[in-house]
Design a protein around this ligand. Structure first.
Ligand code: PLP
Length: 372
């Protein structure tokens, strides 16, 4: 089996699993409890909060633990907008549906929404953001790197534009976090999720700049300074902390390793498979290669490779047999390119030896699909 879908999720690192284990079986107290079980759990949570804050150059009180990138995106945009009660929102057209659909929901509640389309390369222009800002703009969201293309966005410049106009800027760092250092200098709010970093599913860290007014989306207990009710996922938080530390401290060696495999693969696909085209250009994460194959439906390639034991994805949403081509590639390059797009995403557990095997399988699948 060859797994080239690391942008969807990653395997749990064994060291991370080992770090989490005691928090399932021995230190299983509720971190809100006052007895020693609870205090030990609370200490572990605080230590992860501190280390994430140190890495991200912010204060521990500005970090909130949530159930994933999806919840982080929802809480950031809905929490902030609901605190204002009305106003204008800006998001990019390449956002993950967690933010995109939240913005649409806010629009249906009466907020005004501007969606900035990407250039054909997949980039959101800071100038377009500047032009979209109005006196009543309260939130701007542009992701750090796109989940389908891996294209890195000029968030530093976009943040400068927003800051100069007093607009809260939020960046979804779920895809960028495994490869790029994160910092509070990037935005007023950001999120990253453990399962993209060889950590557990169901846990993420959300940074929100201190002093920002945000209403909770999930109400309940007093957890997370009343912003997010619910018993803390202590083993998950410990796993998030361990996974993040390992990822950040090994980026310098892991990034070139992954990039070299991705570049070799991409170069060979484009040279050896006629009618194959890379989707997006410009600065790109080391992991992603989103390629369209003329005359092939992306999902047919995904199914055919799966039969050969190779896992890749289209980025398309499938429901009841109907396949909706990806909004992101569509808005960059049009519908036909989107329909034939396949995302290959490399990770630190891939090996260079897998590349020729994937190439052979891919060539066979593409020519068979084209011949039908
Ligand atoms: N944002 C981006 C860019 C993502 O790629 C994903 C997941 O694929 C999410 C948000 C959602 O994160 P989670 O799966 O942790 O809810």
């Amino acid at each position: 089996m060859i797994y080239l879908d690391n942008a969807a999720t990653t395997s749990l690192d064994r060291d991370v699993l080992a770090a989490m284990e005691p928090y399932f079986t021995q230190i299983y107290g509720n971190s809100q409890s006052q007895h020693s079980f609870g205090r030990q759990a609370a200490k572990a949570v605080q230590s992860v909060r501190d280390s994430i804050a140190a890495r991200n150059v912010c204060s521990p009180e500005e970090i909130y633990f949530v159930s994933g990138g999806t919840e982080g995106d929802n809480l950031a945009i809905k929490g902030l907008c609901h605190a204002y009660g009305r106003g204008h929102i800006i998001i990019s057209g390449i956002e993950h549906s967690a933010l995109y659909d939240s913005a649409l929901q806010l629009k249906s509640e009466g907020y005004e929404l501007s969606v900035i389309p990407p250039a054909p390369e997949g980039i959101i222009s800071p100038d377009a953001v500047r032009e979209a800002i109005r006196p009543d703009t309260i939130f701007c969201g542009v992701m750090y790197a796109n989940n389908e293309t891996g294209i890195i966005q000029p968030v530093q410049d976009i943040y400068s534009v927003c800051r100069s106009k007093g607009v809260f800027f939020y960046t979804d760092c779920v895809q960028a976090a495994p490869y790029m250092p994160l910092s509070s200098s990037l935005a007023d709010g950001l999120v990253f999720s453990a399962h993209k970093l060889y950590g557990p599913k169901g846990i993420a860290a959300l940074y929100i700049r201190g002093g920002t007014k945000v209403k909770p989306v999930i109400t309940g207990g007093m957890q997370e300074r009343t912003l997010r009710g619910g018993t803390l996922n202590v083993p998950g938080i410990v796993g998030l902390g361990a996974a993040y530390e390992k990822c950040v401290s090994t980026q310098e060696t892991v990034n070139p390793y992954i990039r070299s495999m991705r570049d070799t693969f991409l170069k060979r696909v484009l040279a050896e498979i006629p009618g194959s085209r890379l989707n997006g250009s410009g600065p790109m994460l080391p992991s992603h290669a989103n390629i369209s194959f003329d005359g092939c439906a992306g999902e047919n390639i995904v199914f055919s490779l799966d039969l050969k034991g190779i896992a890749v994805s289209t980025g398309a949403a499938c429901s009841a047999g109907a396949v909706t081509p990806t909004r992101v590639i569509s808005s960059m390059l049009g519908l036909p390119r989107a329909k034939s797009a396949v995302r290959f995403s490399f990770g630190r557990n891939n090996t260079p030896e897998e590349i020729p095997q994937v190439l052979d399988a891919l060539k066979e699948c593409v020519s068979r699909i084209r011949s039908v």
